[in-house]
Write a protein that binds this ligand. Structure first.
Ligand code: ASP
Length: 337
């Protein structure tokens, strides 16, 4: 892991192909640890991982906590409803409190875009030797989700040789509420880095035309570490978007982030963009469907399709989240400068 040089993981715009390979290969090693006998590796013994989720989470928080336990780290969990946030303490002062207790990695989720990056800046200015791992911020970024999605796809395309080359030249269709989705944004960086051509599909209120420009200018660095990215296109027609696609990724309607009513009705949305066994027939054979969860059953995906594990990879995504998060925690906790 000698080349690893990220102190924090805020987004994937600054990830090189080498970075993706490092995370995926490490996750593959952690995944292959036998699940019988002792499940714990001593790799992070003596390290303290703190999860600070200022916004609700089921999968991400518990997956990070399990990942930390499997590496023998100590784990501490902040819960906003019973904390001094209620007394007006700022996120920075909250974070500083956990740094003072000796945290090595802080996994942070916040409903506002940019909070993990701001906190990382403040900690760097204060010369604190602690890493921030973004567990999802506002509309911006959810790096561990996109990495576990990539891990799931490379396995789906070739189980016997799960490597990032499996993604090159593939058409991946992302459907739904792209405007409010940090998952879509992070997947755009990772999939195009690995050479996939991404088709975004949704109504104009949830998918503005500007998304075509999305990967043209990395936000966190001047120079894109990827020489040639896959293309991003927009399609308003589900039929066109599903034709020849190699994988379908559908997204939750993020009603909590919609300040106004952006849809004429949920039924119309389901009719136009909801995915069912019937709409999957528009794809070629053996195309998988993914979703980051939580799913609104019967809206972005039919209940029957969600439960059909022959093509729906939602459970596999959740399972794969553990080795991916073990890899991320390991890289940050053992490589902080
Ligand atoms: N769990 C994902 C996130 O936190 C997706 C979602 O909530 O729809 O962004």
């Amino acid at each position: 892991m000698s080349h690893w040089n990220h102190k924090h993981i805020i987004d994937l715009a600054s990830f090189s192909l080498e970075d993706y390979k490092t995370v995926l290969e490490l996750a593959k090693r952690f995944q292959n640890i036998p699940s019988s006998g002792s499940r714990k590796l001593p790799a992070l013994q003596g390290k303290l991982i703190t999860t600070l989720f200022f916004e609700p989470s089921t999968r991400t928080k518990s997956s990070f906590e399990l990942a930390a336990k499997r590496l023998s780290a100590e784990i501490q969990s902040f819960s906003p409803s019973t904390s001094s946030l209620k007394k007006g303490e700022s996120p920075l002062d909250t974070v500083m409190t956990y740094v003072a207790m000796g945290a090595n990695v802080l996994v942070i989720r916040h409903s506002c875009t940019g909070v993990p990056a701001q906190l990382a800046n403040s900690l760097d200015k204060a010369k604190k030797n602690v890493s921030i791992l973004n567990g999802g911020d506002g509309l911006h970024s959810h790096p561990s989700q996109a990495l576990l999605d990539l891990f799931t796809l490379i396995h789906f395309f070739d189980k016997s040789n799960p490597c990032i080359e499996n993604i090159y030249g593939k058409k991946i269709t992302i459907i739904g509420d792209i405007l409010h989705s940090r998952v879509a944004r992070s997947n755009l960086w990772s999939l195009t880095a690995c050479g996939a051509n991404v088709v975004l599909c949704g109504p104009p209120t949830l998918l503005p035309e500007e998304f075509i420009e999305f990967t043209s200018k990395p936000p966190s660095s001047e120079i894109d570490p990827i020489k040639k990215r896959g293309k991003v296109t927009i399609s308003r027609s589900l039929k066109e978007a599903l034709e020849d696609t190699d994988a379908v990724y559908t997204l939750r309607l993020q009603k909590e982030r919609m300040s106004e009513n952006l849809l004429s009705s949920l039924n119309t949305y389901h009719d136009d963009y909801g995915i069912t066994h019937e709409t999957m027939k528009l794809c070629k054979e053996n195309v998988p469907i993914l979703h980051p969860g939580p799913v609104n059953r019967g809206i972005e995906m039919s209940s029957e399709l969600l439960d059909d594990q022959s093509i729906c990879l939602v459970n596999e995504q959740v399972t794969n989240g553990i080795p991916i998060r073990m890899a991320l925690l390991y890289l940050l906790a053992t490589n902080t400068k």
